[in-house]
Design a protein around this ligand. Sequence first.
Ligand code: ZN
Ligand code: ZN
Length: 349
Amino acid sequence: MEIMHNLYDELIGFMGLRSLLDMYQTGNYKALLTLNGILGAVSPVLPFLLVIEIIRAIVYKRFKIEDYRMPFFIFIINRVIGRFLSIAAVAFCIGVFEKYALFKTTFTWYWLIYGYIIWEFGHFLYHFWGHRVRLFWCLHATHHTPQSMNLSVSYAHFFLEGAYADCIRTTVCMLAGVNPPLLFFIMFIDGTWGGFIHAGENVVKDGRLGFLNRWILTPSHHRVHHAKNPLYMDTNFCNLLNIWDRVFGTFQHEVPNLPIEYGVSRDVNNRNFLDVYFGEFYYLALDVWKAPGLWNKVRYIFMPPGWSHTGAHKTAVVVRRAYLESLKQEQPIAAPQTTLYETAQQQTN
Ligand SMILES: [Zn+2]
Ligand SMILES: [Zn+2]
């Protein structure tokens, strides 16, 4: 019976139902005004969608255990410590930075719009640095190792990444005057949407979501973000509103005749937890060890992934630029046809 009880406990935990059950049993719904309560309320949404996604994949005979095994394993490893560290990071940053706010906001619809734009800026910063600073890439790369897209990918994170992300996002919000209850509400929307944009082709075949693709960041845009194709690398860093990608020139639509190849540029053994979880740390340590001189060693830590002290850089910016240059040379087969370069350029606007 002990085993059954433990299994029930694990299932309730995975489905994210524990906080809601506690609230229901005690009748204390005030928890919804706290960060822990909000995270508890959002947590059942994703597992529920994930179960639907897996059932659909099985029905349509497209279910592959490899697509789900590693994200689930990482979820089990992270399930306690990751969330605890995130909550601690948010509480710490509110405590330290709230008093330095430029001005104060309240919980109204117009401040919600303001707060969301600020939150997205914090999210853009954390995510951009997660791709462009090698040390932070070590924290973020685990999320990019899966070679297909499905909802379980949103669980695949290095355990320190949440705390790193929340430090930056919370600090930006506090300095810009976003009040904490408003911040928690924004986190609720962000958490729900941030999970949903990982919906794979089995549950949302066309991730563009119709007209929404013009206005917000859709699963299609996030699929592009997870791609290793040169055109798609290091684009679409936002989560729901893509204004900051448009402002900083990192916005990229999915190009119809360029199928997405998921994953990172290096060969990752997706069956090996150590490679998925610590691989980037290992290769960074190796580069630092081999680099001549202290200055080069330091630069390996803070320059973008692919930077080399020899000058033979293979960063995403270099690879993408070279790809676009090569497309410029491409001639259309027949006069009225547009080249892939032109399509790519149109899709960026
Ligand atoms: Zn990313
Ligand atoms: Zn993602």
